[in-house]
Design a protein around this ligand. Structure first.
Ligand code: NDP
Ligand code: BG6
Length: 486
């Protein structure tokens, strides 16, 4: 409804306001902007990037004088790109005119990511559509193997000139272990300043994830009990009811720990566990997140339960096939599609409290949530017959905080998607919801020894049936770590 749309725009405008601190972009009198989609013919571009920039343009949240340039090797016309994106754009009848205007601002350059001449042509096009004053954003929606060559070519041939700035958005995976990630970070660091780099973890753009800081530090209800004296355990869980969905080739190389746990879940853990930052400035928040990571030990095999889904002969459709039936997965692969890890944060607030991360593909439901369980009450009048006190922050599919209904004022509103918020942040120059290089290095430090052990020893993952709740051993581990499933 019209009201819902106004609320969505309100939320994004709030983000816009919050990132326009002095010195940051003032769109009123802004220079032209050129948003370049590297990998414009790909899956991410059509599903997330084109739709997000269209919504931002539709709602007049980005400067009117923004131009969009797609780049990839395929021989495509703008019409063909538009057709590919169409199913994801959600255009209402009344928006048709604006939608046409949006596509008029788009153009496509055919070129290869490793050919210098093509980058010179790309630069010419950017200059032609945006003038030599334009600010430039490059969104790298390309295979990670191309990050190095593409960023080198951007630096050599496509940087903003005159007073304009250049910002680079990079998609995960940011390496596959400490060493490869640090190599990539060093490479990027040799070309760009940290302020120019925006590493996307799209979970940081989700509404409820962004609300963890205000929830904790913006009211008096939770913070006084947010510590080891009152909290028994924290469980951060991600469940998806489908398997590798045609992405078996990619997934098999990375596995669920690299795909979801080391980034999305660890980022949530940091927000739940961190100390109060001295301000809401991006670096003050990121400093606190880094401290949490630095207080964590490296994980061992004993800390985890690994699983892999098998087909359910009685299931329907995809559920009949197990992970190993995917033709793009290597034969006999031991890549986990489910993982549960018990981590500890060795600081004064959290000493001894298990922070359990769990993620699984092809399980029984689609949910992402944080469950914070309070210690049992001393002198329990009810002799254990009451349920344990638990605060649930549900991130998806619906957004909720149990104990208290969340956000009644936004009830029913279509909330902006993670990519929409994050791309707007890049326009604004707000890095609060992006991953800084030292944060990334610490995140890899925690997981690398475990990942290497898994890679070398190939422990056999425990089979669990497609559509089940995951391996029972994971639930035993939860119980052993003071998490009571209710
Ligand atoms: P695709 O394979 O669908 O697209 C990759 C894009 O890169 C295509 O446009 C391809 O176009 C282009 N490309 C590949 N090789 C070259 C080359 N040598 N020169 C020029 N262009 C090239 O991948 P995705 O869109 O799925 O993923 C892109 C990135 O986003 C990856 O880093 C991925 O990990 C990340 N990501 C993707 C998600 C998703 O849901 N898809 C989710 C989270 C992250 P062409 O062949 O025409 O050149
Ligand atoms: C991506 C993972 O980063 O996140 C996918 O690569 C996963 O495997 C996806 O499905 C989940 O994102 P969302 O926003 O759908 O919960």
């Amino acid at each position: 409804t019209a009201t819902e749309e106004m609320l969505t725009q309100d939320l994004l405008r709030q983000s816009l306001k919050s990132c326009q601190t002095p010195g940051e972009t003032n769109f009123e009198a802004s220079a032209p902007h050129v948003f370049v989609i590297m990998g414009a013919s790909g899956d991410l571009a059509k599903k997330k990037i084109y739709p997000s920039v269209w919504w931002l343009y539709r709602d007049r949240l980005i400067p009117e004088n923004t131009m969009f340039v797609g780049f990839a090797r395929s021989d495509l016309t703008m019409k063909e790109i538009r057709d590919k994106c169409q199913p994801y754009m959600e255009v209402k009848e009344a928006e048709q005119e604006r939608y046409e205007q949006f596509w008029e601002l788009n153009c496509y350059v055919r070129g290869s990511n490793d050919t210098q001449r093509d980058f010179e042509l790309l630069n010419q096009k950017i200059t032609e559509v945006g003038t030599d004053r334009a600010n430039r954003i490059f969104h790298l929606a390309i295979p990670p193997s191309l990050f190095v060559i593409v960023t080198s070519n951007i630096k050599k041939f496509c940087m903003a000139t005159k007073s304009g700035w250049t910002r680079i958005i990079i998609e995960k995976p940011f390496g596959r272990d400490s060493e490869s990630s640090s190599k990539l970070s060093n490479h990027l660091g040799s070309l760009f300043k940290e302020e120019e780099l925006y590493r996307i973890d799209h979970y940081l753009g989700k509404e409820m994830v962004q609300n963890i800081i205000p929830l904790r530090f913006g009211n008096q209800i939770f913070e006084p009990t947010w510590n080891r004296d009152n909290i028994a355990s924290v469980f951060i869980s991600f469940k998806e009811p489908f398997g590798t969905h045609g992405r078996g080739g990619y997934f098999d190389e990375f596995g669920i720990i690299r795909d979801v746990m080391q980034n999305h879940l660890l980022q949530i853990l940091c927000l739940v566990a961190m100390e109060k930052p001295c301000s809401t400035a991006a670096d003050d928040i990121r400093d606190e997140k880094v401290k949490v990571l630095k207080s964590m030990d490296e994980l061992m095999l004993d800390d985890v339960v690994l699983g892999q889904y098998v087909g359910d002969p009685e299931g329907e459709g995809d559920a009949k096939d197990g992970y190993l039936d995917d033709p793009t997965v290597s034969q006999g692969s031991a890549t986990p599609t489910y993982a549960l890890a018990v981590t500890k944060i060795n600081n004064e607030r959290w000493d001894g409290v298990p922070f359990i991360l769990g993620c699984g593909k092809a399980v029984d439901e689609r949910t992402v949530e944080v469950r914070i369980q309070h210690r049992d009450v001393d002198g329990d009048l009810f002799h254990g017959q009451t349920k344990r006190n638990e605060l649930v922050i549900r991130i998806q599919p619906d957004r909720a905080i149990y104990y208290e209904t969340y956000g009644t004022s936004y009830k029913g509103a279509k909330l902006p998607l993670a990519y929409e918020r994050l791309i707007l942040d890049v326009f604004c120059g707000s890095q609060m919801h992006f991953v800084r290089s030292d944060e990334l290095a610490e995140a890899w430090r925690v997981f690398t020894p475990l990942l290497h052990k898994i890679q070398n020893e190939k422990p056999k993952p425990i089979p669990y049936k497609y559509g089940s709740r995951g391996p029972e051993e994971a639930y035993k581990k939860l119980a052993e770590n003071d998490f009571k499933y209710s």
